[in-house]
Design a protein around this ligand. Structure first.
Ligand code: THU
Length: 137
């Protein structure tokens, strides 16, 4: 995990993730997540978690942001931020399934930007978060 000085993009993505988190539909868990990413064209895509009364049908914020990117024609994730928490923000890392979804559109330079303790901005690679992730060869 790198704890570099936050770049402009990192702050922009965290702010976008916080903004879209306010739209999350999470009446069952009470845990609200927002994700924002920049694709290879520089376009911004956002998603929040959308839960369902049939619990397994809920969708994570990262998955929805990636879906928005793909629907807009984006191919690669340059950087993705995710923030979450119940009432207040707390350190929140992508679930295993979302790590695999990020891997699909990541390369070694893709940054995964998360809030750590005391609102520190932590920047990770997908390899750090998902060593030996599944790939079809
Ligand atoms: N959640 C996400 O949106 N992303 C993650 O990576 C972890 C979990 C959502 C799913 C569910 O709506 C709520 O957080 C609690 O698990």
């Amino acid at each position: 995990m790198a704890k570099d000085k936050a770049s402009g993009n990192e702050k922009l993505l965290i702010e976008a993730a916080k903004e879209v988190r306010t739209k999350a539909h999470a009446p069952y868990s009470g845990y609200f997540v927002g994700a924002a990413l920049i694709d290879e064209t520089g376009a911004l895509h956002k998603g929040c978690n959308v839960e369902n009364a049939a619990f397994p049908e809920g969708i994570c914020a990262e998955a929805n942001a990636i879906g928005a990117m793909v629907a807009a024609g984006g191919k690669r994730i340059v950087a993705i931020a995710a923030v979450g928490g119940a009432a207040e923000l707390e350190p929140c890392t992508p679930c295993g399934g979302c790590r695999q979804k990020i891997l699909e559109f990541a390369d070694k330079n893709t940054r995964i930007i998360l809030l750590g303790d005391d609102d520190a901005i932590d920047s990770h690679t997908i390899r750090e978060l998902l060593p030996a992730g599944f790939r079809l060869r």
